[in-house]
Design a protein around this ligand. Sequence first.
Ligand code: HEM
Length: 411
Amino acid sequence: MQTDFLNPPIPHAIAAASHPAAPGYYRQLLEQPGIHYCPELRMWIAAHASDIMEIFNSPACAVRPPAEMVPAALGSGSTAQIFQQLIRMNEGQTHATGKRILQDCLQQLDGQRVQQTTEQVAHRLAAALAETQTPPASHPAQYKLSATAMNQLVRDLPLYVVAELSGCPEYLIPEIRSHIAAFVHALSKPGDAVAIAAANQAAQALLHTFTQLAESELAADSLLAQIHLKARKSGGMPAEAIIANCIGLLSQTYEASRGLLQASLMYSTHYPAVFLQVLQQPDLINDWVAEVCRLHSPVQNTRRYVTTATHIGNTYLPQDAVVLLLLAAANIDTAIHEQACEFRLQRPQRTLYSFGYGRHACPGQQLACQITATATRLAGTWSLALDQWQVSYENSANGRLPVWTHTKETA
Ligand code: HEM
């Protein structure tokens, strides 16, 4: 594919995830029919929504290659021990039992509690990071935050909220966050021995903390208490799998939710008039978050491994083929959305591929969107120079993770 018009050019579909010009690249891919093979990545690339749905629904396409359930490069330490238990990385009965439990518990979360927890955490973090606090009586929460402070706030906020909802005591959460960061970092760098060593230490600490929490007096309505209770009742999940998947909820939250919140705030500078309308009419915030997510998907792609040779559309995929599913491209597929690259607050039938689909679909979608909606409305009232900050993207194989820099900080 010709990409020299993009500066710098995008060498392949994985590099698109953190490239500013990704939408143009995906649009070009969508002009070609079907799935194609990328010799550089040694992967098949699926961009069309119809192909991606077929792959998600196919029993021949699994989340891990059966011969390598844990990436060999992760070794056999605590990182691998958690990884192999995650429902995200399993198929069959192991996946189905755990999925049902996590899904039920996440669905039962009370929306008001999520909103209150998000507001409290946002105030706490903003107060600690703010350059100045100007709380006039009419505006009790006017914080002035630098680009660096906001990067830290959006990075921490979703994880802190999910940790609090899980029942983690407040004083432990900063430490849990840094362990989750080390764990997630190593998963995206399977060849990096230093990252894996750090992740193993972090994973060991997480296993210890979450085992102790399970043995402590957890609040009955906390996510962890609910998960342990349901898992014990169902009987189909070993203790170590329950602990690993409780940690998994936080690792799944960490980067993607941060990416969505940051995009939501970024878009307020792209569409200021629409954003003002959203601030004035709170019932529009869910549409806002969904449309931002569609156009700036925090998870850009995911992978499937072909366990038995199969056809997707007209393309034959041999056994052991690896397919990269471009969720962000499917979001702007014109077969699904009219004027697919335009921001339209109220689309009659919006379909989001960012959270996956089918048996592995994200059970945290509603929670992630609620946290983003609440935090966006709140931060919309703060004193942020968002329109003066430059945006770059963190290097990532599948996340679209903006980083703000104040123009003075780049000089
Ligand atoms: C904006 C935020 C988020 C995005 C874009 C996102 C996206 C995704 C995607 C695309 C998948 C499926 C991957 C695949 O099929 O290959 C997934 C799975 C998953 N997500 Fe999320 N996620 C987000 C937030 C969360 C949160 C907040 C939680 C939990 C609190 C969560 C928990 C999970 C779990 C447990 C799975 C594995 C499900 C399974 O394999 O059946 N996610 N997520």
